[in-house]
Ligand binder design. Structure first.
Ligand code: CA
Length: 225
């Protein structure tokens, strides 16, 4: 399994490379964003580990360019010393899939890598189309329609909707969502779920009369048929 490490600090980059190779991964290194984008577009990586603070193109710009310009959807794990809720939301908004604060334990990095690559794999083997009322989620094409009309979602909004629909007619808590959609298991004070639920409702429910996503006060959220 091939992983790209985009990190300008050679000692950190080499530490990650050495550890991953010991765990059976094949690792390529880029020491700035430009080089990282070149490699990401050229090779088939299973995962990109990306430092936020880089010379030239920073991690956020890297993510945006990766997703919108070169159309690469490889999962991105962002590394950074900054770890306020705003930084997390900004990073995830830019297209990162998960977030790990520096300094981190190598064991924790490995756990995140397993979660990110497992999630990708599990999507492929399951049923490829999910339905709730007039909402359809095509898991292969990452395509959502309601009453036959296309709804355009960002990758993170899509994964949130997918999780809600997979658990339809069942209340899911904010913690369930954080663990399954973001793999954030340590910071319960983050409001990232509320922020994204709001984005999602504006697209999926607001233009329609029947509201599919409901809040269960004090418990979480439910999507009902
Ligand atoms: Ca750096």
């Amino acid at each position: 399994m091939k992983i790209l490490v985009v990190e300008d600090e050679p000692s950190i980059s080499n530490f990650i490379k050495k550890g991953l190779e010991e765990n059976g991964f094949e690792v390529s290194q880029a020491f700035d964003g430009e080089m990282g984008l070149k490699l990401a577009g050229r090779d088939d990586f299973e995962l990109i580990i990306l430092d936020l603070i880089l010379p030239g193109i920073n991690g956020l710009e890297f993510c945006q360019k990766l997703r919108s310009q070169i159309q690469v959807h490889t999962p991105v794990l962002m590394l950074t010393a900054l770890s306020t809720t705003d930084d997390i939301v900004t990073g995830l908004d830019a297209g990162a899939d998960d977030y790990l604060g520096k300094p981190f334990k190598f064991k924790e990095l490995l756990a995140r890598i397993r979660a990110l690559t497992r999630r990708k794999g599990s999507t492929l083997v399951n049923v490829n189309r999910l339905k709730v009322a007039d909402l359809e989620v095509d898991l292969d094409k990452k395509f959502v329609t309601r009453s036959g009309k296309e709804i355009r979602l960002t990758p993170k909004e899509f994964f949130l909707l997918e999780y809600l629909v997979r658990n339809k007619n069942r209340v899911v808590s904010r913690l369930d969502i954080l663990e399954n959609v973001w793999d954030i298991q340590f910071d319960l004070s983050t409001n990232v779920v509320d922020v994204y639920m709001n984005y999602l409702r504006n697209k999926v429910d607001k233009p329609f009369e029947d509201k599919l996503i409901q809040t269960v006060v004090g418990m979480g959220y439910i999507v009902k048929d």
